[in-house]
Design a protein around this ligand. Structure first.
Ligand code: C5J
Length: 233
């Protein structure tokens, strides 16, 4: 087992049974002209997470461990986007409207892609999700819902390391869903970001409060230092 100097107290990861989860590092959230910007957000606030995520991806890839990327996006006909989601608030552009990177949050459009710096490589899982959480309505197989949990179980995954954006929305929702399904969850403090720094701080505190009620947090440098050496490192 790998021991981590985490918050609120030391924890462990099981090497080979631990997947790295990269939530929604999409152009639509991170770049100008996307969905995040259409809501009036300063997208540069998400840029600090990119380098730590890239370092974690390199470490996982060097060890041949499983990596999952998620994308929040919808079908072109919006059949999986409830009106209650699309019509909310007063954004400059809504989900499905045409923007500089194509239709906002629509699968297949340039804005829905993962940013080039963190692009998935062969063998990594790419999960499209219509909601905030990575388990709900994703990886449908043979008409079954909630297929991601079964796929992770089949792959022998028991521990999940969370990164990505935004901390208090899709990252937190996914980590809570995972915790409820029995995964040992760790969030990487500098590999996640929010448009609202105070929300990020509060989310890290609430996830780890009450004796790690949802899970643990760790800095990427401490996590990387704790990983076992590998031939390709
Ligand atoms: C949001 C996300 N904030 N990926 N999505 O709408 O956190």
């Amino acid at each position: 087992m790998i021991t981590l100097p985490a918050q609120p107290f030391e924890t462990t990861l099981d090497p080979g049974r631990t997947a790295l989860v990269v939530i929604d590092m999409q152009r639509d959230f991170v770049e100008a002209g996307g969905f995040g910007a259409s809501l009036g957000n300063d997208v540069t606030r998400l840029h600090g997470a990119i380098a730590p995520i890239a370092a974690l991806l390199a470490a996982w890839r060097a060890r041949g461990w499983l990596v999952l990327h998620t994308r929040e996006c919808h079908q072109p006909d919006l059949s999986d986007c409830p009106p209650s989601k699309r019509e909310r608030g007063d954004p400059a552009l809504r989900i499905g409207d045409a923007g500089p990177m194509g239709r906002l949050l629509i699968a297949g459009e340039a804005g829905a892609d993962i940013i080039p710096a963190l692009a998935p490589v062969a063998g990594e899982w790419l999960i499209d999700k219509p909601g905030k959480g990575m388990f709900w309505n994703t990886c449908l197989q043979d008409g079954q819902r909630e297929g991601l949990h079964a796929r992770l179980q089949d792959a022998g995954i028991s521990h999940l390391v969370f990164t990505g954006v935004t901390t208090e929305v899709c990252v937190q929702t996914s980590m809570r869903e995972a915790n409820d399904r029995g995964y040992h969850c760790v969030i990487v403090e500098d590999a996640t970001d929010s448009y609202f720094p105070e929300f990020k701080r509060a989310t890290l505190e609430m996830l780890t409060a009450q004796g790690a009620i949802v899970g643990w947090s760790v800095h990427s440098t401490a996590l990387l230092a704790a990983l076992p050496p590998c031939a390709a490192c």
